[in-house]
Design a protein around this ligand. Structure first.
Ligand code: UFG
Length: 334
């Protein structure tokens, strides 16, 4: 089976390609290299011993997509391409709406024209918004998003639901990711954000490697066990495997819209993550407590039981594994 992966050289895309190749799928990648590096292609080959076909194109360019579909007999699409920085999306909302929505609509139109109706979408726990209970279950539905990035994810989920209602030959899986960290155990692929990182693990890595002096812990007065924010961290390899399970599910079960949380089900605080990182890697991470970051919530984590029941998928890796593999990738790529 031949799968088109958009944004395939990014953090989650690259790990998913490795899993696809290891499960004998054929892979075609489209990526404009906006937030990824061409070297990742060689690393994927080094890990798997297999080649993928690569197009350096923008998914907003519909004619490029038409060409890709003409040149390859695509059986399904996993769509990662998109802008993903929460803060930037508040400053440049039009850029976020234009890019994330146009690329997805183009892609779905070209798929429809080519009668390819198997689609997996990278969504996010951010679509739940802030809820009364910190444990998010799929049935809770979408809440009020707090930034344009999150709103693009919620809007695309709606577009996919409308698409399926209009044409129930589509087999669509919406995957709501919690907080992916970690890296491939080879240390060859991982997350390498440009500039000063926004997210916790990339920031910890910068401080541990001496690139930045101190980690700002955004608030220790939340109603959580140690006062710092609690999130559901998921190893990117577990997350990648979730895509294979979802692909197998839509292939086997056929048309429908299948929405799953991909998380561990366990909340971990900022300080717990920092302490675990220090312990497993035997390295100090300087930190200081600062004010809360605007827009942050105290706590959230997944109820991952639907994915276990319907996909037979659950996370296997521990927070220790995530901290070790993140640092291993950083050391290899300094
Ligand atoms: N944090 C710090 N210091 C930092 C960075 C983060 O203390 O320098 C804290 C945050 O306050 C939060 C936790 O670490 O409590 C995690 O923050 P991240 O920025 O790593 O992740 P978020 O949970 O804020 O956001 C992530 C993704 C979004 C996605 C969201 C889904 O970045 O893309 O999860 O819930 F939308």
């Amino acid at each position: 089976m031949k799968i088109l992966v958009t944004g395939g050289l990014g953090f989650i895309g690259s790990h998913t390609i490795v899993e696809l190749l290891e499960n004998d799928f054929e892979v075609v990648v489209v990526d404009n290299l906006y937030n990824s590096k061409i070297e990742v292609l060689d690393k994927i080959k080094e890990i798997t011993g297999k080649e993928v076909k690569f197009y350096k194109e923008d998914v907003c360019d519909k004619s490029a997509l038409e060409k890709i579909f003409k040149e390859n007999k695509i059986d399904g699409v996993i769509h990662f391409a998109g802008y993903k920085a929460v803060g930037e999306s508040c400053k440049k909302p039009l850029m976020y709406y234009h890019n994330n929505l146009m690329s997805t609509i183009n892609l779905l139109e070209v798929m429809k024209d080519n009668n390819v109706k198997r689609f997996i979408f990278s969504s996010s726990a951010t679509i739940y918004g802030e809820r009364e209970t910190p444990k998010y279950v799929e049935e809770m539905g979408r809440g009020k998003t707090t930034n344009p990035y999150g709103t693009t994810k919620a809007m695309i989920e709606q577009i996919l639901e409308d698409l399926y209602s209009s044409d129930n030959e589509w087999a669509i899986s919406i995957l709501r990711y919690f907080n992916p960290i970690g890296a491939h155990s080879s240390g060859l692929i991982g997350e390498s954000p440009n500039g000063i990182p926004n997210n916790l693990m990339p920031y910890i890595l910068k401080v541990a490697s001496g690139g930045l002096d101190v980690l700002n812990v955004f608030g220790n007065d939340y109603p959580t066990p140690d006062g710092t924010g609690v999130r559901d961290y998921i190893h990117v390899v577990d997350l990648a495997k979730g895509h294979i399970s979802a692909l197998n599910k839509i292939t086997k079960s056929g048309p429908g819209i299948y929405t799953y949380n991909l998380g561990s089900g366990k909340g971990v605080s900022v300080l717990e993550l920092v302490k675990t990182f220090e312990k497993v890697n035997n390295i100090k991470v300087n930190y200081r407590i600062t004010d809360r970051r605007p827009g942050d919530i105290a706590e959230n984590y997944a109820d991952p039981s639907k994915a276990l029941k319907e996909l037979g998928w659950k996370t296997e890796k521990t927070v220790e594994d995530m901290c070790r593999d993140s640092w291993n990738f950083m050391k290899n790529n300094m």
